[in-house]
Design a protein around this ligand. Structure first.
Ligand SMILES: Nc1ncnc2c1ncn2[C@@H]1O[C@H](COP(=O)(O)OP(=O)(O)OP(=O)(O)O)[C@@H](O)[C@H]1O
Ligand SMILES: [Mg+2]
Length: 250
């Protein structure tokens, strides 16, 4: 399998702090892989995603994306957060095309076509001209998903994107992200998901990384070899959920 991202011996400290948040982190994400990250609150999961996206630079060590050092944000990497972070003064479609704004190689027509395609895929057809405040939380998160996908990223980084949604809405969105990831004709190729919800993580991940300690290190990695679609109440599923919970607590 080809590797998409690799973090090599990454240590990171915020400038106003002496002790690092993350230390000696070695993780990789393969092409077409779905990786889950779990760990206690405040241990550095969001920091790790920001390093992987190029938004933050390691204090030491390096991050490679497709074999090249990652020096800042990259069009081929998108991120989605807990809250949708839409611009309230822009319509749905204008929010979705934002990542393509600076792209000279794309015409206005191509931009709108791509936007319509991803609005359709995320179930938002008909809402192009609506404003974020007119939409429910789940629909706003769909807009954020369409916006994350419009640049056709290889890698989608998800930082607890379902945790503010009611369980049914969350489940619908999880299914759609899994479907898009699974369909090799659609972006993204690979996904990294941070979540406190172990069920969600086991449902989606090929591999689960447990982050723990202060500074945090990778304390465990679990391969999930259940067939997809996964049955949440099967004994095999529940046994992996238990394993993850035990590893998080130890
Ligand atoms: N901008 C910042 N400046 C200084 N310290 C920060 C900054 N952002 C986060 N931290 C600190 O870094 C540590 C890790 O934070 P981070 O947000 O990465 O954790 P997390 O695992 O994502 O937490 P949660 O599960 O609550 O989302 C915390 O102690 C936090 O206080
Ligand atoms: Mg976080």
């Amino acid at each position: 399998m080809t590797e998409l991202v690799r973090m090599e011996d990454v240590t990171f400290a915020y400038t106003n702090s002496r002790t690092p948040v993350l230390q000696a982190i070695n993780v990789h994400v393969d092409y077409a892989e779905f990786v889950g990250i779990v760990g206690p609150s405040g241990c550095g999961k969001s920091t790790l995603l920001r390093l992987m996206s190029g938004l933050l630079k390691p204090t030491s060590g390096r991050v490679l994306f497709r074999g090249e050092p990652l020096n800042g944000p990259n069009q081929r990497i998108s991120m989605m957060f807990q809250s949708p972070t839409l611009l309230p003064w822009l319509t749905v479609i204008d929010n979705v095309v934002l990542p393509l704004r600076a792209r000279r190689d794309i015409t206005d027509e191509q931009r709108s076509e791509l936007a319509m395609r991803f609005l359709d895929l995320t179930g938002l057809s008909g809402y192009e001209r609506a404003y974020p405040r007119e939409l429910s939380g789940g629909m706003q998160q769909r807009v954020a998903l369409a916006r994350a996908l419009i640049s056709l990223p290889d890698l989608l980084l998800l930082d607890e994107p379902f945790s503010n949604l009611d369980p049914l809405t969350a489940l619908a969105l999880i299914r759609e992200i899994e479907h898009m990831w699974y369909d090799s004709s659609l972006p993204p190729a690979s996904v990294v998901l941070v979540s406190h919800n172990v069920d969600e993580i086991v449902q989606l991940s090929d591999r689960i990384i447990v982050l723990k300690g202060r500074p945090a290190t990778v304390t465990a990695e679990i391969k999930v070899e259940l067939e997809r679609p996964r049955v949440r109440r099967s004994p095999e599923f529940l046994s992996i959920v238990d394993d993850v919970i035990v590893l998080m607590g130890n």
